[in-house]
Design a protein around this ligand. Structure first.
Ligand SMILES: Nc1nc2c(c(=O)[nH]1)N[C@H]1C(S)=C(S)[C@@H](COP(=O)(O)OP(=O)(O)OC[C@H]3O[C@@H](n4cnc5c(N)ncnc54)[C@H](O)[C@@H]3O)O[C@H]1N2
Ligand code: MOO
Length: 394
């Protein structure tokens, strides 16, 4: 069976990034940069104060000795001029430092009387000055092509002083949940044998968090003609179709056959991971198609491990950046792993990772608290509390 690493490589090899477009910065959050973003100018453009206080030349200041106050520097002022020798200038956080000043003394250390100011000792040694270009220089690479414009990256993007950015076109995603038993949330209790369809809600939320637009949602009973119709519509509407359920070997597992008429070309089917073994991926009608297992935990684990890198790759993102495993301590011991590479669902605590109590593929309730996946190679021995494990934010 295909290993996780092989599946990932196959997937990345099968994707061509969507074209780029220019969008206003206000619409860029969550999108992937299609071109590197360079700074227009230095930041700060000149030395500025990091505190509210008084600009001085440090060697001219003696604790508790009165000196005259001359001038004021406010943020936004083009030029506060020069500090007159032996004086202090009132200055505010972010305001330009006058020429000749090399230090800002916080106002908490100052006492004022008329046009005079003195400073009690203890104000040093910090100078509270942000030097020109200490954040970045004109022309510096602020964000590489392929970076996802997550909230923190948006600050860096806006600091480049550009009103538009080049980003990837938004991928259109169709999500089809298959299974006779599935009912829309709110209606399952009305029908004997029905369950509330849950997996696709997690998948849709993940797609949206990855900057995609979910253009079609459907639930399909296990009847081939019906599913073929839904598949045709989805392939028409979307760049990528995600199917949940029907991935396994049962008589009613129709997720792959429903794309038969559309000429499904499988890239992989079945990956040696637990949970999520039946996950599959291919192409049909020039679109990408990923099949996730119906078990909700398996669906979310495979979406995290394979769909998320796929959505990044479609947008020119770096798939490996979606899979940054880190070392984390275990706060509880783990039994030996089976013969498939295993991804244990866990919660982070101050002491380390604690596996959630219910590790079944069909679990739904524990997913909300399972914010980490612990990666365990096939055949891993028992792992004791305190040991370091490879983990990925889930
Ligand atoms: N004989 C075998 N049986 C199974 C195998 C196998 O290798 N041999 N693999 C098992 C594994 S592993 C998994 S995972 C499951 C998943 O298979 P499917 O993708 O075919 O999933 P379904 O049969 O459609 O559903 C499984 C389970 O999950 C519930 N479900 C399905 N979709 C949803 C949804 N959107 N929201 C909530 N719950 C959903 C469904 O009712 C079933 O209980 O197959 C094993 N079987
Ligand atoms: O792969 Mo299944 O998700 O092990 O139960």
């Amino acid at each position: 069976m295909t290993s996780f690493d092989e599946a990932l490589a196959l997937l990345v090899g099968a994707v061509r990034p969507l074209p780029a477009e220019s969008v206003p910065l206000e619409q860029a959050a969550g999108r992937f940069l299609a071109a590197p973003l360079h700074a227009r100018s230095d930041a700060p453009s000149r030395a500025v104060s990091a505190m509210d206080g008084y600009a001085v030349t440090l060697e001219n200041v003696e604790p508790d000795r009165w000196m005259s106050l001359a001038g004021e520097s406010r943020p936004g002022l083009p030029d506060p001029g020069t500090l007159e020798p032996g004086t202090a200038m009132r200055i505010f956080t972010g305001a330009p430092l006058p020429a000749g000043a090399d230090c800002v003394i916080m106002q908490e250390y100052a006492e004022r009387e008329g046009g005079q100011v003195r400073f009690r000792s203890g104000f040093g040694p910090a100078r509270h000055v942000r030097t020109a270009g200490s954040d970045f220089r004109a022309g510096d690479l602020l964000l590489a092509a392929g970076t996802s414009l997550a909230p923190r990256a948006m600050v860096a993007a806006a600091s480049a002083d550009r009103d538009t950015v080049e980003v990837s076109t938004t991928p259109k995603i169709a999500i089809i949940a298959t299974g006779e038993e599935l009912a829309a949330p709110g209606t399952a209790h009305l029908k004997a044998g029905a369950i509330s369809e849950s997996a696709s809600y997690g998948v849709a939320a993940m797609c949206e968090a990855m900057g995609c637009e979910v253009v079609l949602r459907a639930r399909g009973a296990d009847r081939l003609e019906l599913l073929e119709e839904v598949a045709a519509k989805a392939l028409e509407a979307a760049d990528c179709v995600v199917v949940t359920g029907g991935a396994s070997v049962g008589d009613h597992d129709l997720a792959k056959p429903m794309f038969g008429k559309a000429g499904l070309d499988l890239v992989f089917a079945g990956v040696a991971i637990k949970p999520g073994k039946p996950v599959w991926f291919g192409r049909a009608n020039g679109r990408l198609v990923m099949g996730l297992p119906g078990n909700p935990t398996s669906a979310m684990v495979t979406a995290r491990l394979l769909l998320r890198p796929l959505l990044a790759a479609m947008q020119g993102g770096i798939p490996a950046a979606e899979l940054r495993f880190v070392s984390m301590p275990l706060a509880a011991s783990l039994p030996h792993a089976g013969d498939r590479e295993t991804f244990v669902r866990a919660t982070a605590t101050l002491e380390g990772l604690v596996p959630v109590g219910n590790q079944e593929s069909g679990a739904q309730a524990p997913l909300a608290a399972a914010d980490w996946l612990i990666r365990r190679p096939a055949g891993s021995p028992v792992c004791n509390k305190g040991a370091l494990v490879e983990a990925l934010p889930f």
